[in-house]
Design a protein around this ligand. Structure first.
Ligand code: FAD
Length: 473
C-alpha cells in the first residue's frame, strides 16, 4: 500500500463531517479507515443489545459513505493496530479520544506500543465541547455541582470550536483481505427483537444531521418548556447519534446558536453541558458505574425482589406513566428524559431496588446507552451521586402523569389497553368505578395489573431507609 498512509481508527466518531482525526489524517495523504469491535478490553462494559443493533446499522451507513472502503475487524486493538500498520506500511495512526476508563487505559498502552514501533500515534478531541480536564475550579479540583460547572467552568473556558468541514479529498485504499464482512461482527442477535425498533430511526450520519435540522426548526422554539412533555416534539432524539458520534456536540451547539435564541437556546446548551458534566464525573471518578459517589449510601438497605424488577422491566407495575415509559424503551430503544426520571425514581424509591438494576437494564435496552451519562443519571436519581436529586424528592407517578401527559396521548400510545379510560382515571386506574373500567374494556388484574406497591407506604419506607443511612453517617 501507499508509503504515506495514515490509519484513522473509527470509534465513537462514526461520521465524516467535523471529525478532527479524519480531517487531519486526510491532510497528510491517503487514509485507511478502520473500525475494530473490542469486546475483550471492554470486559464487563461490553455494549448492550440496543447499542449493538445501532452500531451495526451505523457502520453499514458509514461504510456506504466511504464507498465500501471501511476495514472492519474484531479483537484487541493493542494487537491489531500495530500489526495492521506493519502490514500496510502505515506510518501514522490517528483517532478521536474516548473517556471510558477501560478505553483510556487501553489507548494509553496503545500509544506507547505504536511509538515504540516508530509509528506516530495521535489523538484528537472529537466528542466533547470541553475536555474533562479543561473545566475545573480555581484550585484545580473538579466541580461536583452542575450549575457552577457549567456557568463558571464551561462558559468561562474557551468557546467550543466551530465544526470542521468534510475532509477535502478522501483517498482510501481498498481494505486488506483481513477485513471482515459486517455480519461477521455478530452485532445483531439471532432473535430479531430489534425489528420493532427499526421504524423509529434513520441510523447514520445523514439521519443524525436530518434529526438535528428538524429539531432546530420545530423543536428548539419552545424547547425549555416543551422538553418536559413526552408527547411534544420538542426534544432532539440525538442521544444515540451523539453517543456513537454520528454527529458531534459542536455541530449541535453551533447549529443551535445559528437557529435559536433566548431561554430555549440557553436551555438546550445547558442540556448538552449535562452530557459534559457526566463525562467529567466519570473521568474524575472512574468507579462511577459501580460505586456510590456518596459513601453513606453504601449502607442503604436495598431490597432484593426479582418479581418486582421483572414487572418494572416489562412495564407491568400498574402505574401507567411508568409502564408507558418502560414500553417506550422496549419498543423504540429510547425513553423520554422526564419519564426516565419518573421510572427511575419508582425503581429506586418505591420498589427500593438497587440503582445498579436500573442502570444495567437501561444499558441493555437504550440505543443511547452511554457509560458516563447512564451511571451519572442513575446515581443522580438514587440520590447518591454528585449534585443528586435529594433522596426525599420522590416523584409521584400519578401527579407526574397528570402534569406532563395531561391529555394522555403519550401514555395511551404505549398502553393501548388503557386507551378508552377517561383522562380523569388514566394515571390511577384503581380509582375508577367498576362501570367506567367495564366501559373502557379493562379487567383489572387481567388486561392491566393492579399497582405492585402502595405509593404512600412505599414512600414512607424509602424515607425511613434514607434516615437510617444518614443517621449512621
Ligand atoms: P435533548 O433534550 O434533545 O438533549 C440533547 C442532548 O443533550 C442529548 O442527546 C444528550 O446528549 C444531552 N442531554 C440531555 N439531557 C441530559 C441529561 N439529563 N444528562 C446528560 N446529558 C443530557 N442519556 C444518554 O445519552 N445515555 C444514557 O445512557 C442515559 N441514561 C439516562 C438514565 C437515566 C435514569 C436518566 C434520568 C437519564 C439518562 N440520560 C441518558 C439522559 C437523558 O435522558 C437523555 O440524554 C435524553 O433523554 C436524550 O434525548 P434527546 O437526545 O431527545 O435529548
Amino acid at each position: 500500500m501507499s508509503d504515506n498512509l495514515t490509519i484513522h481508527w473509527f470509534r465513537q466518531d462514526l461520521r465524516l463531517e467535523d471529525n478532527p482525526s479524519l480531517y487531519y489524517a486526510v491532510l497528510k495523504g491517503s487514509v485507511l479507515p478502520v473500525y475494530i469491535l473490542d469486546d475483550r478490553n471492554a470486559a464487563d462494559f461490553r455494549m448492550g443489545g440496543a447499542n449493538r443493533w445501532w452500531l451495526h446499522h451505523s457502520l453499514e451507513s458509514l461504510n456506504r459513505s466511504l464507498q465500501g472502503r471501511l476495514t472492519l475487524l474484531m479483537g484487541d486493538p493493542l494487537e491489531i493496530l500495530p500489526a495492521l500498520a506493519a502490514l500496510t506500511g502505515a506510518t501514522k495512526v490517528y483517532w478521536n479520544r474516548c473517556y471510558e476508563p477501560w478505553r483510556i487505559n487501553r489507548d494509553t498502552r496503545l500509544k506507547h506500543k505504536l511509538r515504540e514501533q516508530g509509528i506516530t500515534a495521535e489523538s484528537f478531541n472529537g466528542s466533547m465541547l470541553w475536555e474533562p480536564w479543561e473545566v475545573h475550579k480555581s484550585d484545580g479540583t473538579p466541580y461536583k455541582v452542575f450549575t457552577p460547572f457549567y456557568r463558571k467552568g464551561c462558559l468561562s473556558a474557551a468557546s467550543p470550536r466551530m465544526p470542521l468541514p468534510l475532509p477535502v479529498k478522501l483517498d482510501c485504499p481498498s481494505p486488506p483481505e483481513e477485513s471482515l464482512p459486517l455480519e461477521a461482527l455478530g452485532l445483531l442477535p439471532r432473535i430479531r427483537w430489534y425489528r420493532q425498533l427499526e421504524p423509529h430511526w434513520t441510523i447514520g450520519e445523514n439521519g443524525a444531521l436530518e434529526r438535528l435540522a428538524i429539531f432546530l426548526k420545530h423543536g428548539l422554539p419552545g424547547y425549555r418548556e416543551g422538553r418536559d412533555f413526552p408527547a411534544r416534539p420538542n426534544v432532539s432524539r440525538l442521544s444515540p447519534s451523539l453517543h456513537f458520534g454520528e454527529i458531534s456536540p459542536n455541530q449541535a451547539w453551533h447549529g443551535a446558536i445559528a437557529a435559536g435564541s433566548g431561554i430555549d437556546l440557553d436551555h438546550f446548551q445547558s442540556e448538552l453541558a449535562w452530557r459534559e458534566f457526566s463525562y467529567s464525573l466519570l473521568y474524575h471518578n472512574p468507579g462511577l458505574p459501580e460505586k456510590n459517589l456518596q459513601k453513606s449510601f453504601d449502607r442503604f438497605p436495598w431490597k432484593e425482589n426479582p418479581a418486582a424488577l421483572m414487572r418494572w422491566q416489562q412495564g407491568l407495575t400498574g402505574y401507567p406513566i411508568v409502564d408507558a415509559g418502560m414500553r417506550e424503551l422496549w419498543q423504540t430503544g429510547y425513553m423520554h428524559n422526564r419519564i426516565r426520571m419518573v421510572a427511575g425514581s419508582f425503581l429506586v424509591k418505591n420498589l427500593l431496588l438497587h440503582w445498579h438494576e436500573g442502570e444495567s437494564w437501561f444499558r441493555d435496552c437504550l440505543a443511547d446507552a452511554d457509560l458516563a451519562i447512564n451511571s451519572a443519571s442513575w446515581q443522580w436519581i438514587a440520590g447518591c451521586g454528585a449534585d443528586a436529586a435529594p433522596y426525599f424528592r420522590i416523584f409521584n407517578p400519578v401527579t407526574q402523569g397528570q402534569k406532563f401527559d395531561a391529555d394522555g396521548s403519550y401514555t395511551r400510545r404505549y398502553l393501548p389497553e388503557l386507551a378508552r379510560l377517561p383522562d380523569r382515571y388514566l394515571f390511577s386506574p384503581w380509582e375508577a368505578p367498576v362501570s367506567v373500567l367495564a366501559d373502557a374494556g379493562i379487567a383489572t388484574g387481567k388486561t392491566y395489573p393492579e399497582p405492585i406497591v402502595d405509593l404512600k407506604s412505599s414512600r414512607r419506607q424509602a424515607l425511613e431507609a434514607y434516615a437510617l443511612t444518614r443517621n449512621h453517617s
